[in-house]
Design a protein. Structure first.
Lengths: 255, 208
């Protein structure tokens, strides 16, 4: 309290005295670039996720349980299990990624982080993309890495595993992107889980169809390139448009 | 050419059937502070959110440097800092990590700057603790450090002194005084009024 001014001199970035009326006003002294901002948003979400591990593990545990319990419930006949494997793996992956979606923006909306993102002067689209990427790294990618375990328990030959991993990895990108739109649209709603699934599941069907097809072809030892490329195309389409839609939805929810 | 002013012209806003903002009008020049007073539910928060462009008013305009802020929202946002009811902090991160990410998204910030700002608001002793373990007043101090670190010309503060002790309220007054001395502007929604040590304050009364 004795000399607040002298403290202030070091503590506060001095606002350049008379600020000329140019586009780059005061804080533009050393503004963060859009990529810096997106990188920090990504790192923040990753760090937070590792602080709250139970939320992180939940969808993965769900996926593991469904795919490991299935063979016990159906039959020990490997040929039958192998036929069912694409469907089991993909339905489980789809529902697991849906399970994680509810948390995508909820906490950020609650504690005012989304508000700060929207008022940061940075591209909200880039920040939304960073958040979605973090979501994929925390659910889609681990699901893809767990898929071989599920596949093996369903009697799939090891040679089919690369195709399965690739299709789940690529397909889940689109699932995360579609989910980001749904999660942003349902931000203002309490207990949005049911509505969120209603919104995202129909849009996710192409991913489910092509993903299961790619997995099936991989299991049969055929070329799974065609459906995998379609999954890739869907992912590119999603990367282009989903952050735009999610950013718009977030802005609406803040009004 | 006008030299950094915030001008609000005849802003009307309805929320459903309620006419919340009824022709709000004011102008704020460099180095000036506006305190927005009024009972609960009189639209103080709504006014601040309208000013920063989160809410579209049905009628009227917000002008920054004589230009409608809607024409270039990102540039306007880069010039303002908004602090809502709740400090925008993540409870699972430490105070320092919170500032690192929150401020870092907007401007490059060195670790020493963070330390200096945390010291300034008296938050250094608990800067490495998770925010969930901090009291409401301590969180608010951390948020104030963030606002100061943003170093932008326009501050929009929603109830900046809630949960703060006498010393904390004086800190808010000091920070506002420094901001004004640098030629910055402050709009503060306060239902009790700002501490008297802040000068050059205009008062805007909102009726319930």
């Amino acid at each position: 309290m004795s000399s607040p001014e002298s403290h202030a001199a070091q503590a506060l970035e001095p606002v350049p005295a008379p600020v000329a009326r140019t586009g780059d006003s005061v804080h533009a002294a050393r503004p963060a670039s859009a990529s810096d901002a997106a990188r920090l948003a990504l790192l923040r979400d990753l760090r937070l996720a590792f602080r709250k591990r139970s939320q992180l593990v939940q969808p993965l545990a769900f996926f593991a349980m469904v795919t490991l319990l299935f063979p016990l419930a159906i039959s020990p006949e490997l040929s039958r299990l192998r036929e069912l494997a694409p469907g089991v793996i993909w339905v489980a992956a789809l529902l697991a990624s849906l399970l994680a979606l509810e948390f995508l923006f909820r906490d950020d909306a609650h504690d005012g982080t989304l508000e700060q993102y929207a008022l940061s002067g940075q591209s909200l689209m880039a920040l939304m993309f960073a958040k979605t990427l973090a979501h994929w790294l925390l659910t889609g990618l681990p699901l893809a890495l767990m898929a071989p375990l599920a596949a093996l328990s369903l009697g799939v030959a090891p040679t089919a595993l690369p195709g399965i991993v690739a299709s789940v990895a690529v397909g889940s990108v689109t699932l995360s992107l579609i989910g980001s739109i749904g999660a942003a649209l349902t931000l203002g709603i309490k207990r949005s889980g049911a509505l969120l699934s209603l919104l995202t599941l129909p849009l996710s069907l192409p991913v489910l169809i092509f993903g299961a097809r790619a997995t099936q072809l991989a299991i049969h030892g055929a070329s799974y390139l065609a459906p995998l490329e379609l999954l890739g195309a869907l992912a590119v389409f999603g990367i282009t448009l989903a952050p735009l839609a999610a950013a718009a939805a977030v802005r609406i929810s803040l009004e | 050419m006008p030299d950094q002013t915030l001008e609000v012209a005849n802003v009307h806003l309805w929320r459903g059937e309620r006419h919340v903002l009824r022709g709000v009008q004011f102008a704020l020049a460099r180095g000036a502070c506006l305190e927005v007073c009024g009972p609960n539910g009189s639209g103080k928060t709504t006014l601040l959110r309208t000013l920063c462009g989160l809410i579209y008013p049905e009628e009227g305009r917000v002008l920054w440097d004589g230009e409608n802020v809607r024409r270039d929202l990102p540039a306007f946002h880069a010039a303002l800092a908004y602090l809502g009811h709740e400090p925008p902090l993540k409870s699972d991160l430490t105070a320092r990590e919170n500032l690192h990410y929150w401020i870092g998204i907007r401007r490059r910030v060195a670790a020493e700057e963070l330390t200096a700002a945390l010291t300034r608001v008296g938050a250094l002793p608990f800067s490495e603790r998770h925010v969930r373990t901090l009291s409401a007043g301590q969180r608010r101090r951390v948020a104030l450090a963030g606002i100061a670190l943003l170093a932008v010309p326009l501050w929009l503060l929603d109830e900046p002194v809630t949960n703060l002790d006498a010393e904390g309220r004086e800190l808010v007054a000091d920070l506002i005084r420094e901001q004004l001395a640098r030629g910055g502007m402050v709009v503060a929604a306060v239902h009790q009024g700002l501490p008297p040590s802040v000068r050059n304050v205009t008062r805007l009364e909102l009726a319930a």
